[in-house]
Design a protein. Sequence first.
Length: 209
Amino acid sequence: MGTFQVIDHPLIQHKLTIIRQTKTGTKEFREIVNEIAMLMGYEISRNLPLEDVEIETPITKTVQKQLAGKKLAIVPILRAGIGMVDGILSLIPAAKVGHIGMYRDEETLQPVEYLVKLPEDIDQRQIFVVDPMLATGGSAILAIDSLKKRGATNIKFVCLVSAPEGVKALQEAHPDIDIYTAALDDHLNEHGYIVPGLGDAGDRLFGTK
């Protein structure tokens, strides 16, 4: 069974409060989303496997720890997920980046997949699927479906703000997935937006309406 974790570090909470505000402009919003993703990256990478390596310090030879050769991939759900990639890459620069493109059908509110571009060995990688919002859960479920169809088994989902409805839907569809969020908000409104949330993350990242 996958775990659900709210990463409520004071720095994360403070920065989240800034990007929730209407008055925060595109440049600052984009910068802070990356900062939060980087801070979350510290926690989501906590269980990466280590191996022993012999090195030489100025004093002596010694056996110390380094990351085992486990391959990592960051897979943003387009568009908004792109806003979290650089923050995590700044901690794990060797990770490959795949992309899964979704848009929301305004009639049905259901996600529609339009692009999947992944590293060839995606089935051998530890994958972090990133999207600022976990609202209805539809996009996350569809993205993880796509990855599992291609043989991926080791998947974590990372978001900034989540709604209880989305968390429940994702856990029911993919009970094996670890979910990390910076905040569990109150509920979804009738338009499928998280309350209090932060609005449309894609529009706020890219200055579109």
